[in-house]
Design a protein around this ligand. Structure first.
Ligand code: ATP
Ligand code: MG
Length: 210
């Protein structure tokens, strides 16, 4: 299964990508996680990426395409993968089309803007393992501590209100057109995002005919 996940920031595509990764036994590739790891490690890519991410802007297409070319060529992608965060622009989608990778489905998780803003503004993330929580809707068992690995939860720099606005704006102008792009190719499946993570997973699997 080669799957692209589309959704607005904060719609829960990262969380659903993890569920699908278990369900299908294939890796989930999060561009955001790759970039954040590079920032943490202080790589050249990380230094460039940070300036864009902190502004809520997209990393330039040519850089992102190179990063993904390399990642998708790794051995663990042979039997399939879930793309969480790529492509995010028409230029990226067209590059992927030109490659010899054949995508099975593009899944959109549909969540209204009001819900997105509420979720992003209360989101907490574990900088060690990447698991996300929410101060109201998905509380960790112990305040401020990751259930999964015991790491100290933090608020992502780009989840600040001003940056959230910019990310949503970028999503509507640059990424949302991909819905139409893939619909016209007959590749699009849609799942309505639900309040509960498990309920969204049910919708997601249904949309994929599982
Ligand atoms: P969420 O993680 O809640 O889905 P998000 O989709 O905005 O939110 P990430 O996917 O973690 O967040 O990405 C964080 C940032 O990394 C983006 O705001 C953007 O700056 C950069 N980024 C990630 N993927 C791409 C991409 N395909 N092209 C360009 N920039 C990207
Ligand atoms: Mg993400």
């Amino acid at each position: 299964m080669k799957l692209i996940l589309l959704a607005a920031p904060g719609a829960g595509k990262g969380t659903q990508a993890e569920k699908l990764c278990e369900h299908f036994g294939i890796p989930s590739i999060s561009t955001g996680a790759i970039l954040r790891k590079n920032i943490k490690d202080g790589t050249e890519l990380g230094k460039i990426a940070k300036t864009y991410i902190d502004d809520g802007k997209l990393i330039p297409d040519d850089i992102m395409i190179k990063v993904m070319d390399a990642r998708l060529a790794e051995d663990d992608c042979k039997n399939g993968f879930i793309l969480d965060g790529f492509p995010r622009t028409l230029a990226q989608a067209e590059k992927l089309d030109e490659s010899d990778i054949k995508i099975d489905y593009v899944l959109n998780i549909d969540v209204p803007d009001e819900v997105i803003i509420d979720r992003l503004s209360g989101r907490l993330e574990c900088p060690k393992c990447g698991t996300t929580f929410h101060i109201e809707h998905r509380k960790p068992k112990v305040d401020g501590i990751c259930d999964n690995c015991g790491g100290k939860l933090t608020c992502r720099e780009d989840d600040k209100p001003e940056t959230v606005k910019s990310r949503l704006n970028v999503y509507h102008t640059q990424t949302e057109p991909l819905i139409e792009y893939y619909a016209s190719k007959g590749m699009l499946r849609t799942a309505k995002g639900q309040n509960e993570i498990a309920d969204t997973t049910v919708e997601v699997l249904k949309a994929l005919g599982e």
